[in-house]
Design a protein around this ligand. Structure first.
Ligand SMILES: Cc1cc2nc3c(=O)[nH]c(=O)nc-3n(C[C@H](O)[C@H](O)[C@H](O)COP(=O)(O)OP(=O)(O)OC[C@H]3O[C@@H](n4cnc5c(N)ncnc54)[C@H](O)[C@@H]3O)c2cc1C
Length: 487
């Protein structure tokens, strides 16, 4: 476990070329000897040491920031319940075996090697539970896999600069049964759960003695939410059914169905022409589009507003995201939509040395700027912008706590939308490179768009290792079909 590796390394540290730091040595020693202490942690840095940037989260925003942060200027401490970044645009492809899970997961220590090499930089497998702005510290609790591994314990980390990048959480609109029975699609373990359930249902439906009604239910895959994620997943599923299930599970091929439920129009961020194209293509590939609002979710069926009952064997929920409970609990000025409010420099104005980026943050109303969409391209560019800003502050000698007070921060963050893309299955995709639906520019759909989609994301994958994995997975799937082993 990353936490234990950190502890072992920490106990053997002899900082080279640095003045000894009584604070941090004391706190580091306490880490190794009193690991089970309720409140051990990393103490404040002293002026002779590098300032410490604490990054909460390991998603798009956090990883882009850590990648470009100058580790000659700062020590980096990342706190997150997962030790990797998920390349979300390709996550849907892993649910049906088009891609393998490892192809979309990038370990943090590869993104920022200093985390595993530098004596003052760490990755801690933990959740941030609170922020004490007055004392410049972050409260954390270890993310163990439940008491079977280790009882979770609490600790604190002092920061010179804090970057909150803890993303958002799926919206359920308070609908009963969603959390219990539906699977979200945000993490690699969600994709693993979906794949296991899909293959389990396929195999169970082939076993003698199963009723026709039960077979039909088990093989009914329902997706709720017609945004890009829901549509891309439906497209992947229909590809899997038409290209693989028909051959590998010929006995049940006529039972398996995909239904996509959306309260309004699917793909509402795209223009009418692209939307109609997507609707036509999805229908052609056998995806049933249903306009409806889900009222209740039970173990084997969901109920729509008009009383229609929809039995399902697999239910995937993708109806957008909202602030996480931690963000909700923070008593800070918020942006419209309840995200952490930031100014034009992505700084949280009510807290010294605290910045917020990605899906968890939004411009304060007073900036006159709109809340940006919850997109990887926003999070990534905010991470990049903030890394440059922090590097500039560090170079100017303002890296330590309260060291940047009154400092000129330079140009504010400006977001320029690069366009949207979505695959819809059967080697087809939508590409809209305009800044808005009304603007002039390139927007197209079909095979060429699908090719652009694949090429664009292949080049966006963070490391050469994963780029290679993705390319090989695509080739293997094309030649041999998807892997249907239930491991
Ligand atoms: C399936 C899917 C497909 C997508 N496709 C696209 C696309 O094609 N194009 C696009 O632009 N956008 C896409 N998005 C949206 C994009 O992934 C998000 O906007 C982006 O991930 C936001 O980045 P972030 O860093 O703010 O949050 P995230 O990437 O969600 O990262 C949040 C991090 O914070 C951690 N965290 C959470 N709570 C805590 C806590 N209490 N303490 C410490 N750490 C915590 C999480 O473990 C995670 O590491 C997609 C999203 C999904 C789910």
């Amino acid at each position: 476990m990353a936490w234990f590796r950190s502890l072992i390394r920490v106990s053997g540290i002899k900082p080279r070329n640095r003045a000894p730091n009584p604070f941090s040595l004391a706190s580091l020693a306490s880490l190794s000897t009193e690991a089970t202490n309720k409140y051990s942690g990393l103490g404040p840095t002293v002026p002779a040491e590098k300032p410490r940037v604490v990054v909460v989260g390991s998603g798009w925003a956090a990883c882009r920031l850590m990648k470009a942060l100058d580790t000659n200027l700062y020590d980096v401490v990342c706190v997150s319940p997962r030790n990797h970044m998920v390349f979300t645009p390709l996550l849907a492809s892993t649910c049906v075996g088009t891609l393998e899970f490892r192809s979309v997961a990038e370990p943090i220590s590869r993104i920022q090697p200093a985390i595993s090499r530098e004596p003052g930089s760490y990755f801690f497998l933990a959740n941030c539970t609170g922020i004490d702005g007055d004392n410049h510290s972050v409260h954390c609790e270890t993310a163990t896999d439940g008491p079977d591994t280790l009882d979770p314990w609490k600790f604190k980390i002092a920061y010179d600069k804090l970057v909150i990048a803890l993303g958002a959480q799926p919206l359920t609109f308070g609908i009963q049964g969603v959390k219990e029975h539906a699977i979200f699609l945000r993490e690699v373990y969600h994709a693993q759960e979906i794949r296991r359930k899909l293959l389990l249902n396929l195999m169970l439906s082939d076993v003698p003695g199963i009723s026709e009604e039960e077979k039909s239910r088990l093989l009914h895959c329902v997706v709720v939410g017609g945004g890009p994620t829901g549509v891309e997943f439906s497209g992947e599923l229909s590809d899997f059914i038409t290209k693989d299930v028909r051959q590998t599970h010929a006995h049940v091929k006529d039972y398996i169905r995909v239904t996509l439920i959306e309260a309004n129009e699917i793909l509402s961020s795209f223009d009418d022409r692209l939307r109609h194209y997507a609707t036509k293509q999805l229908t052609k590939s056998g995806v049933r589009l249903v306009r409806g609002i889900v009222k209740d979710v039970k173990a084997q069926k969901l109920v729509l507003n008009d009383g229609t009952e929809v039995p399902y064997g697999l239910l995937v929920w993708s109806t957008g995201v909202g602030p996480s409970p931690l963000v909700n609990s923070m008593e800070l000025p918020k942006s419209p939509g309840g995200r952490i409010g930031v100014d034009e420099w992505l700084h949280v104005p009510s807290m010294q040395d605290v910045f917020a980026i990605g899906d968890c943050s939004g411009f304060l109303e007073s900036t006159g700027k709109p809340t940006l969409p919850a997109l990887a391209q926003v999070a990534e560019r905010q991470g990049k912008y903030l890394s440059h800003l922090l590097n500039r502050i560090g170079k100017a000698g303002g890296g330590h706590a309260n060291g940047a007070n009154g400092m000129e921060l330079g140009d504010p963050f400006v977001y320029k939308h690069l366009g949207s893309m979505a695959t819809i299955g059967r080697y087809k995709a939508l590409v809209d490179l305009r800044q808005s639906k009304e603007a002039k520019g390139l927007s197209m759909a079909g095979f060429v768009s699908w090719f652009i989609w694949r090429s664009a994301y292949l080049t966006r994958v963070l490391s050469w290792r994963n780029r290679f994995y993705v390319a090989i997975n695509w080739l293997t799937t094309f030649v041999f079909g998807r892997d249907i082993s239930r491991i």
